[in-house]
Design a protein around this ligand. Structure first.
Ligand SMILES: C[S@@+](CC[C@H](N)C(=O)[O-])C[C@H]1O[C@@H](n2cnc3c(N)ncnc32)[C@H](O)[C@@H]1O
Length: 223
């Protein structure tokens, strides 16, 4: 049964190969550091490669990336998700829209430096990242020190991180972590309004339906 499910998943992933442009191999950590080079050529994958690149990390089923790419044809979107059974759903949602400015990468955020050239990203979107509330898992939070260092390498000059979450404790922890790791934090918002420029994610829709506040911020590496 398990084998059949896996075969079915592989077939579904294969059917998405036009937009799913890279996948982390199963034995990634067995590779020598010099063999971990899967860098995607952003000039090849997008029709308008000179447009700003937005990276969404932990895209889930892709609603935010799809709607954002539709709204902003003048930007390129790369949506990253570590779970292959989740990203396949995102790709399947995206395929019928035929968006030339949206692609997907199936990898762990911690390995993004093996998939992307340095300084190629204008915006990093962290939408409702897992808060990992246990202290012992704090280094898995996507706003912990090791990730913030990696984002500095990926962000082009003037690049920005945009975070949204429903979790106030995680939000305030992220503000401290960003500041401690050399970022200036601004546009801190404790109740992000609906509509306007804001594109809702799947998780956001659930929380807004319960009338819960959404926390948001922007951050840039200090000059
Ligand atoms: C809580 S969900 C939010 C999904 C979507 N952004 C939304 O707002 O609806 C977080 C997603 O991040 C993914 N994720 C967590 N840690 C990750 C990592 N280190 N690298 C890539 N994806 C990750 C999870 O698999 C999950 O799909």
């Amino acid at each position: 049964m398990r084998m059949r499910l896996k075969k079915h998943l592989d077939e579904r992933l294969d059917a998405c190969k036009d937009i799913l442009i890279a996948r982390e191999v199963e034995d990634f950590y067995k590779l020598k550091p010099e063999e971990r080079n899967f860098t995607v050529d952003t000039a090849q994958i997008f029709e308008q490669p000179s447009n700003a690149l937005v990276l969404e990390i932990g895209c889930g089923k892709g609603a935010w990336a799809i709607q954002s790419a539709q709204r902003h044809p003048d930007k390129n979107y790369l949506a990253v998700e570590k779970l292959s059974n989740v990203i396949v759903a995102a790709c399947e949602q995206a395929l019928p829209h035929r968006l030339p400015n949206l692609k997907f990468v199936n990898c762990r955020a911690e390995n993004l430096d093996c998939f992307l050239p340095r300084k190629c990203v204008s915006e990093i979107a962290l939408n409702f990242s897992c808060p990992f509330p246990k202290k012992t898992y704090a280094n898995r939070r996507l706003t912990s020190a090791r990730y913030l260092q990696l984002y500095k390498d990926l962000l082009a000059d003037g690049g920005v991180i945009l975070q949204k979450t429903d979790d106030k404790t995680f939000f305030e922890w992220s503000i401290d972590s960003l500041r401690e790791n050399g970022y200036q934090v601004y546009d801190i918002c404790y109740d992000l309004p609906e509509g306007g420029d804001n594109v809702e994610t799947e998780y956001e829709r659930k929380f807004r339906a319960q009338y819960l506040p959404i926390y948001a911020l922007k951050a840039q590496p200090n000059k």
